[in-house]
Design a binder for this molecule. Structure first.
Ligand code: NIG
Length: 386
């Protein structure tokens, strides 16, 4: 097997404190040796290998782990976004617009659209992506969306409980029963996770609890959209049910933060969503200081956050959520891995998958210091330059 050394790394972020300085495990003038898609050695510049890539003194960070996206959809909601910028509030009901467009698209179209978005996110340094369904909302189309998603990731999530589709208007409990039975049966062979949108205008705590319990019984891992548009029971439900992640966490009470801090549930922040929906930014500082685990994800979707730029999310998290650049970078890498309960990604250490991002910058602080700039220079995913 051919080995490759990424050499002359000015500043390497390993996310492994045993390998270097501080929580990020920083190594200066570093080298990383990769073989068979895995990292086999981390050390000072000059390590030996069959082939050599010269990082030219730049900063190298672990590939970003995007633990919350909705990449499978058709249609466009730019007009809805423009109306929001003119003062209209974000409403969960906009999801139905994407449902209509997604149902009307062929599988080949959905695959091509998803491939385009995944290529874009890879260029943005995202080497692992989670993808939810949620724009099909019937047996056939949810299963189809998950099949498409499975072509791009193993971290697929069944989100039949996204909103109530028009054919179930006024019959939310009937729809929840349908999600928990026929839809789940069709979706679960293609999904690793199950999720629900716990929010006014979507599903209440009892309905979400029923969905998560059915998913658990079918062998799926649990995650939840929680506390996006207002205070509510979502975060506490996520903790009660042992969800891997409570996503959004825009509105958090002290009791929510205490619950997260005393649990294994990761608080996943989606700052580009708060940007695109003009919500207040959550105070992530309080969550970190309380001892809870956090992640940052893009939430790429057509309604509330149409971006695959993790760099943008990191910049917002530092500028507006009071994280340090170190905390934000960790949240976008090893934090995302924890939110997906993955131990093979999120760090640059022997045995980990070889997911590396070379920045066109001497340090990761430039992701925040130079917002909006194309700083992702080269991306290696599982040992392959992409
Ligand atoms: O995570 N909140 C629910 N789902 C998506 C938005 C979906 C949409 O508006 O199309 C989210 O923000």
């Amino acid at each position: 097997m051919t080995s490759v050394v990424v050499d002359r790394i000015g500043l390497l972020v390993t996310n492994d404190p045993s390998l270097g300085e501080g929580a990020l495990g920083l190594v200066r003038d570093a080298a990383v040796v990769v073989e068979g898609g895995r990292i086999v050695a981390v050390g000072q510049s000059g390590l030996d290998a069959d082939e050599r890539i010269d990082a030219g003194g730049r900063c190298v960070v672990p590939g970003f782990v995007d633990s919350h996206t909705h990449l499978v959809f058709a249609g466009d909601r730019a007009d809805e976004f423009a109306a929001r910028m003119a003062g209209r509030a974000y409403e969960a009901g906009g999801i139905r617009v994407s449902v209509a467009a997604t149902r009307a698209a062929s599988s080949a179209e959905l695959t091509a659209l998803t491939a385009g978005r995944r290529a874009e996110s890879r260029r943005a340094g995202i080497t692992t992506v989670e993808i939810k369904s949620g724009y099909g909302l019937d047996v056939e189309h949810e299963a189809r969306c998950l099949q498409v998603a499975s072509g791009f990731t193993g971290d697929t999530t069944f989100l039949g409980a996204h909103v109530v589709p028009p054919e179930f208007d006024g019959r939310t409990d009937d729809y929840v029963h349908h999600v928990c039975t026929d839809m789940l049966a069709a979706a679960s062979p293609h999904a690793r996770w199950i999720d629900a949108f716990c929010e006014v205008g979507a599903f209440d705590a009892d309905q979400c609890r029923a969905v998560l319990a059915a998913g658990h019984a079918a062998g799926l891992g649990l995650r939840l959209h929680a506390n996006q548009l207002g205070h509510g029971p979502g975060v506490q439900l996520a903790v009660e049910m042992g969800c891997a992640s409570a996503d959004h966490c825009t509105y958090l009470s002290d009791a929510d933060i205490d619950a997260l801090a005393g649990s294994d549930t990761v608080a996943t922040f989606l700052p580009a969503t708060d940007f695109s929906t003009r919500q207040p930014y959550p105070d992530a500082r309080r969550v970190v200081d309380a001892g809870a685990a956090i992640a940052i994800a893009t939430n790429c979707n057509p309604g509330s956050s149409y971006t695959t730029s993790m760099s943008f999310c990191i910049a917002l998290a530092v500028r507006d959520m009071r994280l340090t650049p170190e905390e934000a970078l960790a949240a976008a890498t090893v934090g995302g891995a924890a939110a997906l309960r993955r131990t093979d990604i999120g760090a640059i250490a022997p045995g980990m998958r070889a997911d590396l991002v070379e920045l066109d910058a001497p340090s990761y602080t430039h992701l925040v210091y130079r917002p909006g700039m194309p700083l992702i220079r080269r991306v290696m995913e599982a040992g392959v330059l992409v």
